[in-house]
Design a protein around this ligand. Structure first.
Ligand SMILES: C[S@@+](CC[C@H](N)C(=O)[O-])C[C@H]1O[C@@H](n2cnc3c(N)ncnc32)[C@H](O)[C@@H]1O
Length: 221
């Protein structure tokens, strides 16, 4: 996501610090510690401006949700939107600025019920396949973080990234379900919470691809 440098970015983030996980290493001992109440935990990777995370946290008060974004200027928008929406939602959403590749250092094994990957950067050049958030190295990492019965919910406009994801998942033993190449016309359209990118692409008539991925059976720890 390209974004002009935000004015007073660090001050604006500091003003929302009650929603920010400033030190992700606290999660390792207790991933529920940033929340007032322990609930099954979900993670959105690459939350962008935060619309999906804010909508999902409000729609699913029985879960806690961490929204991860690596670009702090993008996170300013997400945090400020969450603060603006805070009165109308349960206190079950926290934001984390950082890179998904470090998740294994921050989170204990098998702590997540669900991982959301929404409109992840496609990295279309062949040489950049390892950067795609559904590359098999990332899938391996996510499998170590998902609780038994946990799943990834993936959505994208990008057919190349979608096909790549299906290939990576199948090649590494994940189970595919709720697969559609036109989410908004599918049986799963109801209750679908749109992201900023999704709203933009679907307003241009681009169909949205979606799939749920369940990891291969976990070995006993
Ligand atoms: C194409 S945007 C989509 C934003 C949002 N999910 C949406 O659908 O509107 C992808 C977002 O993922 C973030 N991102 C990409 N790679 C990431 C990573 N390794 N860790 C955390 N965030 C990442 C980018 O900074 C960007 O904001």
């Amino acid at each position: 996501m390209r974004m002009r440098k935000k004015k007073h970015g660090s001050e604006r983030i500091a003003a929302c610090s009650h929603l920010l996980i400033a030190d992700p290493t606290v999660l390792r001992d207790d991933p529920q510690s940033p929340f007032p109440a322990a609930r099954p935990l979900c993670l959105e990777i690459g939350c962008g401006k935060g619309g999906f995370a804010i909508g999902t946290a409000a729609a699913e008060p029985e879960y806690n949700l961490i929204a991860l974004e690596r670009i702090s200027d993008v996170m300013v928008t997400a945090l400020e939107s969450a603060v603006a929406a805070a009165d109308s939602r349960p206190d079950n959403l926290r934001f984390l600025i950082g890179n998904a590749q470090n998740l294994g250092e921050w989170l204990p094994p098998h702590c997540l019920e669900r991982i959301y990957l929404n409109f992840s950067d496609p990295w279309p050049k062949k040489g950049y396949a390892k950067r795609r958030l559904t590359y098999r190295g990332f899938l391996e990492l996510y499998a170590t973080l998902l609780a038994p019965g946990g799943e990834i919910r993936f959505k994208t406009d990008n057919v190349g990234l979608f096909d790549f994801t299906l290939e990576e998942a199948e090649a590494t033993g994940w189970t595919l379900s709720r697969l559609t190449r036109d989410l908004h016309a599918s049986e799963w359209a109801e209750g679908n919470i749109m992201t900023e990118y999704e709203r933009n692409f679907s307003s241009q008539g681009v169909p949205i691809n979606a799939v749920t991925l369940t990891p291969p059976a976990q070995k006993e720890d």
